[in-house]
Design a protein around this ligand. Structure first.
Ligand code: DQA
Length: 147
């Protein structure tokens, strides 16, 4: 059993995207940090990134039900994908949504997240460190260390 770390469209391009919003680290470097933290916490992580809505949904349907937790940055799908939201809502697995940038401090259309509404919570604006915080939260949640 593992924690799924899922990234949506354009997050494979991190490192080349606007650094003022997304920082300078490529996705591989963020995943390396997560892998390291997971080892310290004694848990397994499994990474997946796709630019395709259907591929994200297929992945969630296949691996979501048996995962210990899901950390997802749905990229722009956050703001309008009802299909992705429905796939997340169908899972009992705890979900944390992560955004590198603070989506509440940007354009109006980014402020709404249709996916966060079916997640435990959202970490937004803390850069790559948000993924680590989400992992830490889910591990503690599963250890029943949180009420
Ligand atoms: C993002 C925020 C989204 O609005 C945007 O479309 C992204 C990245 C973030 O991590 O800050 O691609 O999810």
């Amino acid at each position: 059993m593992s924690y799924l770390i899922i990234n949506g469209p354009n997050l494979n391009a991190l490192g080349h995207r606007d650094a003022s919003h997304y920082g300078t680290l490529p996705l591989a470097a963020i995943q390396e940090r997560l892998q390291q933290r997971a080892a310290e916490l004694g848990v397994e992580v499994a990474f997946f990134q796709s630019n395709w809505e259907g591929a994200l949904i297929d992945h969630l349907q296949k691996h979501g039900p048996v995962a210990q937790g899901i950390i997802i940055n749905p990229g722009a799908f956050t703001h309008y994908s009802i299909a992705l939201r429905d796939a997340l809502a169908d899972l009992q697995t705890p979900i944390v949504e992560v955004h590198l940038s603070n989506i509440h401090a940007r354009e109006e259309f980014r402020r709404r997240s249709v996916t966060a509404e079916v997640a435990r919570g959202q970490v937004s604006g803390l850069g790559w460190y948000g993924y680590l915080l989400a992992l830490e939260y889910l591990v503690r949640l599963n250890a029943s260390a949180l009420g």
